[in-house]
Design a protein around this ligand. Structure first.
Ligand SMILES: Nc1nc2c(ncn2[C@@H]2O[C@H](COP(=O)(O)OP(=O)(O)O)[C@@H](O)[C@H]2O)c(=O)[nH]1
Ligand SMILES: [Mg+2]
Length: 445
């Protein structure tokens, strides 16, 4: 996610760190580079300007330049302002006090409405709600089937009735929800290739007959600033309450995610990060800012883990990560669990320190490599797993032979593990945190 942007920002910050003492000119230079990186990521130029004005105002004139870690200070300001740009607090999908809650998903064709509708239904069902889907995109018959297939996978009922108009379907949906004792109605609407009047009229009418509690605009993160323009156009006609940003798993540059709130005032409430039903996450500005700066997103990772893993194990692991009391044995347990979370590269992205050299490693860990890593770990003795420092040359050779891998691979694994531990140690405990500022910044680069 946003790899190019992250990479550029990290280069800038690395250079800044290497300087030690900073002058105002150094900061200005760094901020010029940040500006370029944001523009290249397709962030709206007004947003970039406002953002940099804020950062500049805070970076200069404070005691930051005189502090022991001026670069840290500047990075913290950038981090805080990124959060502010995306909305500070996590905004949730709101439930009506008097059910059913009616949620519309609107947006252009291909943005991911139908997928998001099914994902959202599944998410709500997991939260103990009783959702009902309405297939109101009647113009493309395939769209109805698509929703039905997804809904069945998520075990959520769908209302669809041939011959009925979208307006009638919206009304029917709310009526049926009462009859079927459902408390949330999610309406999947038709899209167009462009914003057009006919579509807006229809959506307006639907909202009049079956008023929305949440009208969420679904936008494709890959479309960059176009997503922002689409949002503004929809906002002129419809009472939008938030955004679902999809396809953050692709090679989106970040422009849409970073601009949309500032330009439209609409909060991003959820993000889609894959084609599978479970690939929907609440959007948290602070976590997103950390990811953009390459600081990982342990929080989301742990939450995902909570949802799909063995709870006791997860708690134990989280504890160990926090205390940096982490052995190869734990690493193996983690791998076991992590495999349940989906493609490894995605999981790795959320680990802190997955930057620079480490990020390149991320691209190399595919699930085939996991099998090899597991073979290596399985060839170690209990004592070796607990105390990797005893792994001398002859032990490494034995392990390589036993696992059908090479000594180089064994070495690499141990190196990776050491790097991970180092980062965990740096993040550990209050002392470290105070030293590094309010947030646990792992070293960049
Ligand atoms: N990689 C990825 N693909 C997605 C995501 N959301 C939707 N898609 C894909 O985007 C395409 C269009 O999605 P769809 O829900 O049909 O869009 P709609 O026209 O707005 O209803 C489909 O192939 C989806 O599988 C996402 O978060 N990540
Ligand atoms: Mg659709």
């Amino acid at each position: 996610m946003f790899d190019a942007l992250t990479e550029k920002l990290q280069q800038t910050f690395r250079r800044m760190r290497n300087k030690g003492r900073l002058t105002e000119a150094d900061v200005a230079e760094a901020l010029r580079e940040v500006r370029l990186a944001l523009l290249e990521a397709d962030v709206n130029f007004k947003v970039v300007k406002a953002f940099l004005d804020q950062v500049q105002g805070k970076a200069v004139g404070q005691e930051i330049l005189q502090s022991l870690t001026p670069a840290q200070g500047v990075i913290r300001i950038v981090h805080d302002e990124l959060i502010a740009l995306m909305g500070t607090t996590q905004e949730r999908v709101r439930m009506a006090s008097n059910p059913p809650t009616v949620i519309y998903l609107v947006g252009l064709q291909g943005a991911g409405k139908t997928t998001a509708a099914a994902k959202l239904a599944r998410m709500l069902r997991h939260q103990g709600r009783q959702p009902l889907l309405v297939a109101a995109d009647i113009y493309r018959p395939a769209a109805i089937d698509q929703l039905k297939v997804l809904a069945e996978r998520g075990q959520v009922p769908v209302i669809s009735e041939p011959g009925k108009s979208p307006v009638e379907l919206a009304e029917l949906g709310t009526k049926m929800s009462r009859r079927l004792a459902k408390d949330v109605v999610i309406i999947d609407t038709a899209g167009r290739l462009h914003v057009d009047d006919e579509l807006m009229n229809e959506l307006e009418l639907m909202h009049q007959r079956a008023p929305a509690h949440e009208m969420l605009l679904v936008v494709d993160a890959m479309t960059g600033q176009d997503a922002v323009r689409v949002a503004s156009a929809f906002q002129e006609r419809l009472p939008l309450t938030g955004v679902i940003m999809t396809k953050l798993d692709g090679d989106a540059r970040g422009g849409a995610a970073l601009s949309i709130r500032h330009v439209t005032g609409l909060p991003i409430k959820l993000v889609g990060s894959g084609e599978k039903l479970e690939d929907l996450e609440p959007f948290a500005p602070d976590r997103m800012a950390s990811r953009i700066l390459g600081m990982g997103d342990i929080q989301t990772l742990l939450e995902k883990a909570e949802a799909s893993m063995d709870h006791d194990n997860t708690k134990k692991l989280a504890n160990k990560i926090e205390k940096a009391d982490f052995t190869l044995e734990d690493f193996r347990t983690m791998l076991d669990q992590v495999k349940k979370l989906g493609p490894l590269s995605k999981v790795m992205e959320m680990m802190p320190g997955m930057t620079g050299q480490m990020a390149k490693m991320k691209d190399k860990v595919d699930d085939h490599n996991v099998v090899r890593v597991e073979a290596i770990l399985n060839s170690m003795t209990k004592r070796e797993l607990a105390k990797p420092e005893i792994l001398d040359g002859s032990r490494r050779l034995r392990i390589a032979r036993g696992s059908g891998t090479s000594v180089q691979e064994v070495n690499r694994l141990i190196k990776q593990f050491d790097a991970m531990k180092k980062i965990m140690r740096q993040m550990k405990g209050k002392k470290g945190r105070q030293r590094m500022g309010r947030l646990p910044f792992p070293p960049i680069g």
